[in-house]
Design a protein around this ligand. Structure first.
Ligand code: SAM
Length: 447
């Protein structure tokens, strides 16, 4: 059910869940352990945040001196712009959003700059760069804030300017806008997208290639290698869905070693602070939280774990001793449509195989770039794919048959005979199974 939560979050654009302080701390510690000066003298921007609700600002403000930060900026998104109408918290009334659900915090209300008109419709900017209360230390209490001109949308011109000023961007962005958010960080052409979008919504729908949105997505549409080669020195640390790894905008960056997974959440799942109902299994249920599985940190900051090679058995030892029945006594199957072998588990990767191997996406969590090279994915498979199938008949476990072409979407294994009780694909008299999402890797060997 946890995955259902994630797709609910995507579909209903319910992006209102907040990262726990201890998760932020555990992740950031991995970068500090690797390089204690990683944040020294840096300007860090925390967009899509809200210090009154979220912990990113709290964490970085409290550690401002320890990390040696130069400046901390965080921006929040206006209540009236939040896309949470699916929750029935906001109802449309005569075309105007009812934001009566929104209650400014005491912190805001008691500030001299509090403005009843602006509070629900404007974003806010919080800045920390000196000891404002003159108590001898710089921390959370020294944050200064004001209303932004707009609603704090990360694509607005004013937030783009902050992005340009920052050395680093850290946040848990709205999952529903993940692709756009990543393009915004690593692209250099997404300025004032929002303004242009508002002005030209129709022309965007009509597909005007010159629109700002189209330009912002130039990154997205560029070829894999062009995208990966985009110059970007901006450092980032953001939370996203593991599925994003194979997005055509994301994978080239991972392949080119310009982005990788962070230390990560324990067990690949995280509990986020949320007011929404959690459907997680009873054992996992925590009051006031939703559990989301398959969440990862994406970053281009170095951390130690990614330089620890996996300890692997040889092919022969895997066949003898693997704990996986799919490998033990059997070995590795060759794909029918890719020049690679199928390795169904990361801990079953044979250490002495020199060819290309298809491994689960979760391998990236253990990926050490000195040990392996990423050579492709199912979709970015130049030089690995060996054939395209004609139309197939999909035979479902129930026996239902339909004409499809989806065997071409992934790696396929030629079966000795038609199986029963599972879905397979048939072309003439041959039966094929499709394996779950794979990426392709090859061992690096010392020259
Ligand atoms: C997943 S929440 C995370 C909040 C916070 N960064 C944290 O981790 O605690 C994403 C936040 O982004 C905000 N948001 C949604 N669309 C946005 C946009 N276009 N620009 C800026 N913020 C946006 C949402 O309102 C939500 O508060």
């Amino acid at each position: 059910m946890a995955n259902k939560n994630l797709s609910n979050a995507k579909n209903a654009k319910n992006d209102e869940f907040y990262t726990q302080l201890n998760d932020i701390q555990a992740e950031v510690n991995a970068y500090i352990d690797y390089d204690p000066d990683v944040f020294r003298g840096k300007t860090v921007l925390l967009p899509c945040d809200d210090p009154e609700w979220s912990n990113f600002t709290r964490f970085f403000a409290q550690n401002f001196e320890r990390f040696g930060l130069k400046k901390l900026i965080s921006t929040s998104y206006a209540a009236a712009s939040k896309n949470i109408s699916a929750t029935k918290d906001i109802k449309s009334r005569k075309g105007k959003k009812d934001v009566s659900w929104y209650q400014p915090t005491l912190f805001e209300k008691e500030s001299p700059q509090y403005d009843e008109e602006k509070t629900a419709v404007r974003g806010k900017i919080f800045v920390l760069d000196h000891d404002t209360n003159k108590n001898g230390k710089i921390d959370f209490k020294d944050l200064e804030w004001e209303y932004l001109e707009g609603d704090g949308d990360f694509r607005s011109e004013e937030v783009c300017k902050l992005r340009d000023e920052a050395d680093m961007i850290v946040t848990n962005p709205p999952f529903s806008l993940f692709r756009e958010f990543l393009a915004w960080i690593v692209g250099d052409d997404g300025k004032d997208v929002l303004t242009q979008r508002r002005r030209g919504a129709e022309s965007v729908k009509g597909g005007l290639a010159t629109s700002a949105v189209a330009k912002a997505f130039a990154f997205t549409k560029a070829t894999a290698d062009e995208s990966a080669d985009k110059k970007s020195t901006k450092k980032f640390l953001i939370i996203g869905n593991q599925n994003a790894i194979t997005y055509k905008e994301v994978f080239p960056l991972i392949k080119a070693n310009k982005m990788w997974l962070g230390k990560g959440f324990k067990g690949g799942a995280a509990h986020f602070i949320s007011k929404y109902t959690d459907y997680a299994t009873a054992g996992d249920h925590r009051a006031g939280m939703i559990r989301v599985s398959g969440v990862v940190w994406f970053t281009n900051l170095e951390h130690g774990r990614r330089h620890q090679p996996l300890r692997l058995m040889t092919i022969a030892d895997n066949i003898k001793f693997s704990k996986h029945k799919e490998v033990r006594g059997k070995g590795y199957q060759k794909y029918d449509n890719y020049d690679a072998i199928e390795v169904p588990f990361t801990d079953a990767i044979p250490g002495d195989y020199d060819g290309v191997m298809g491994v689960p996406v979760s391998f990236l969590d253990k990926y050490c770039p000195e040990q392996f090279e990423i050579v492709g994915s199912e979709k970015q498979n130049e030089g690995i794919r060996t054939k395209i199938y004609p139309e197939q008949i999909q035979v479902e476990a129930s026996g239902k048959r339909s004409r499809v072409t989806k065997l071409n979407d992934g790696a396929a294994i030629l079966l000795p005979e038609a199986p029963s009780g599972v879905t397979y694909y048939q072309i003439d008299d041959a039966a094929y199974a499709q394996v779950y999402k794979r990426i392709f890797i090859r061992a690096r060997r010392p020259k």
